[in-house]
Design a binder for this molecule. Structure first.
Ligand SMILES: Cc1ncc(COP(=O)(O)O)c(C=O)c1O
Length: 397
């Protein structure tokens, strides 16, 4: 490794954080957080505890039901704190994709044939397919916003495609494939200029940067705690005035208040919400995004400054405008062979063709597959170095 390589900030005690994860006590380097992060033990313990102490449903007056109520209300407050909204603007669901199908259908009840939805070329298909299916059923038009050559969203193309028919501008805040971040505030402003909803997929972004739905003026925003050290769960924010205007798909006896709950179908996974509460406590205890952002940036800079010229890095070449998620290929070595080589060295990354980003991957120009490496705050500089060395040695095989 080069002597002048970026070092990670010392303010974050990464070893102390890692000690809270049983899964991080081996040599295996999990560099695959974009597919799903590792989870601290206290989250699993909170889930088990809820099943032991709070196995009931909402609405009874005895202790276990009251505990369920407390778990749910705490989860709404925690989600509101994480997203920058009010607790009654929070909607829980099984994952982002299911919530997005549900909420797009709910919003679409008022749309007319010929209405348009704009999606971004950086999107994961969980942010696109729900609109395509709605368009299929309701005779809508889905149009894709193009990218600039540097993989950032072409705002000029967005402006050109906006019209009085645009009902929604849906976009990924950060790409799960190449890490490019979109100027969410500006996209929302443009969407609102024609009266469209700003619909944000923050699944990838949420692990790396703080969210403030008011600051970006989002109408709907979705994320998934399993990407940021939590359980498999989905969370949506909906602006109160927007949610109030929608007719929910709900069973009739279920309460309509608090507002967000009317869009939740059936019984919620209370034990996972207890796990989510433990995740938020964990993130706060390590210093939150004030700690995470500079630490992860240093990991990304370390990769970019040490990776060999024989490795192609797709997307933005510096840490400006991106999160530390990279798509790479080793010149002359198939991605599948490289990831097998890395797995044999206890390094966990995948090779894939599209990374579910169907509007993006063909533009990147690789033939078959590419390797995604995604750093998160529990990764270390030593793991970055092992990954770089592993790519080097893959060339020699
Ligand atoms: C950017 C992005 N959007 C949406 C999704 C789908 O999320 P979920 O698995 O919660 O449905 C993913 C999953 O990887 C993602 O990375």
């Amino acid at each position: 490794m080069l002597a002048d390589q970026p070092t990670v900030p010392e303010s974050f005690d990464c070893d102390a954080a890692r000690a809270r994860f049983s899964s991080l006590r081996t040599e295996f380097a999990f560099l695959d957080a974009p597919g799903g992060s590792q989870v601290p033990d206290e989250v699993g313990q909170a889930i088990a505890q809820a099943l032991a102490d709070a196995s009931a449903n909402l609405g009874a007056v005895y202790a276990t039901s009251l505990r369920v109520k407390e778990i749910l209300e705490t989860a709404e407050q925690n989600a509101a704190g994480f997203l920058g909204c009010d607790p009654h603007e929070v909607i829980f669901g099984p994952n982002m994709t299911s919530l997005n199908f549900t909420l797009s259908r709910t919003a679409g009840r008022e749309f007319a044939p010929g209405d348009e939805v704009l999606v971004s070329s950086l999107d994961h298909d969980g942010g696109v397919a729900p609109w395509l299916e709605l368009a299929h059923d309701r005779d809508l038009v889905v149009r894709q916003i193009e990218l600039r050559d540097d993989t950032t969203l072409a705002l000029a193309d967005l402006e050109a495609k906006l019209s009085e028919r645009t009902r929604v501008v849906a976009f990924a805040w950060a790409s799960n494939a190449i890490g490019t971040v979109t100027d969410a505030r500006r996209v929302a402003e443009l969407a609102h200029s024609v009266g469209a909803l700003a619909w944000v997929d923050a699944v990838h972004y949420a692990a790396h940067m703080p969210i403030d739905v008011r600051a970006i003026d989002a109408d709907v925003l979705l994320c998934s705690p399993y990407k940021f050290c939590g359980p498999h769960l989905g969370i949506a924010y909906g602006r109160a005035s927007v949610l109030e205007s929608w007719r929910p798909y709900k069973v009739r006896p279920a309460p309509s208040t608090p507002l967000g709950r009317r869009f939740e179908t059936g019984t919620q996974p209370y034990e996972l919400l207890a796990g989510f509460n433990a995740t938020i406590d964990y993130l706060k205890s390590i210093g939150g995004f004030d700690t995470i952002v500079p630490y992860e940036r240093a990991l990304g800079e370390r990769l970019l400054s040490s990776i060999s010229d024989a490795v192609t890095v797709y997307g933005l070449p510096t840490m400006a405008g991106r999160v530390p998620t990279f798509l790479v290929n080793v010149d002359g070595v198939p991605a599948a062979d490289v990831v097998a080589h890395l797995a044999a060295r206890d390094i966990g990354v995948w090779a894939h063709d599209s990374w579910y980003s169907l509007g993006l991957y063909k533009r990147l120009g690789y033939e078959d597959q590419a390797i995604r490496v995604g750093f998160i705050h529990y990764n270390t500089a030593a793991e970055v170095d092992r990954f770089v060395d592993g790519l080097e040695s893959a060339r020699a095989v």
